[in-house]
Ligand binder design. Structure first.
Ligand SMILES: [Ca+2]
Length: 263
């Protein structure tokens, strides 16, 4: 929020003029060059997979049933089943990663927003932790479940999660353990991140950073309602407004026994 106050002394009184308040402008000045990642994703995870792909391009290819090489792509939504049930890209498969079984309520890890963690650790893939909560299957089982749906190692697979963190790891796993060759990460994810626009001074980038001359970004209120919320994020379902559905198709669900679904 930026408030400009201009004070003038007129005669014996103090008159303060307050300029219009730009309620929907958040200024970020603490971003330093050290935060720049060259790994191609916002969390700095390893990238064994082919490339990232935008939500829009992913949807174009899926709706055409054809990518640049003429292959029919599939979207795999790796969020928790509860997230998938609330809404997902039209036609997406539900295969959660980290991979879990059993009741979400039993294994829920609300503190971290995950049902649980994979018990494997592979720094190339970028797993988060190893606290061994129940209902969790090893990485090979996640890949094995994908193999049930995707037989062709050269079929394009687009991974999607909430913000593009779990999906990166899932994409790495499919390349390393599943030998899939055309794996891409939908980098915005379903919800995405706030949008920022650069403004102000051009920074001097050095190997040690330049705190005296930081980047300056403003967060964008994309729907002009004066509030920063999920609707200002750049993901599949919000700013991008790409097709979603809540219908559950049994054949596309990871664990249909947990939910009441239509065939
Ligand atoms: Ca807004």
């Amino acid at each position: 929020m930026k408030t400009l106050k201009i004070a003038k002394i007129i005669g014996l009184g103090l008159v303060t003029t307050v300029a219009p308040t730009f309620a929907a402008e958040a200024v970020v000045t603490s971003v330093t060059p050290e935060t720049i990642t060259t790994t191609g994703n916002r969390y700095g995870n390893p990238t064994l997979y082919l490339s990232d792909i935008s939500s829009a391009k992913a949807w174009l290819n899926v709706s055409k049933k054809k990518d640049e090489n003429g292959k029919n792509p599939v979207i795999i939504d790796v969020r928790r089943v509860e997230e998938f049930v609330a809404g997902h890209p039209v036609g997406a498969l539900s295969i959660p990663f980290p991979h879990v079984t059993g009741s979400p309520a039993k294994a829920n890890d609300s503190e971290n927003g995950y049902i649980g963690y994979d018990v494997s650790v592979d720094s190339e893939v970028g797993f988060l932790a190893t606290d061994g909560k129940d209902g969790i299957l090893p990485i090979e089982d996640f890949v094995g479940h994908v193999k049930r749906f995707v037989k062709d190692k050269n079929q394009p697979i687009y991974l999607l999660c909430k913000t593009g963190h779990r999906s990166v790891q899932a994409a790495n796993a499919l390349v390393k353990y599943g030998n899939y060759t055309q794996v891409k990460n939908i980098w915005e994810g379903y919800e995405g991140q706030p949008k920022y626009a650069y403004t102000g001074t051009v920074p001097t980038v050095t190997s040690t950073g330049d705190s005296a001359n930081p980047y300056k970004f403003v967060q964008l209120d994309l729907n002009h309602d004066g509030v920063f919320d999920v609707n200002d994020k750049d993901g599949w379902a919000f700013y991008q407004g790409l097709p979603i559905e809540t219908k559950l198709v049994k054949s596309k669900l990871f664990n249909p026994a947990l939910y009441s679904v239509k065939k």
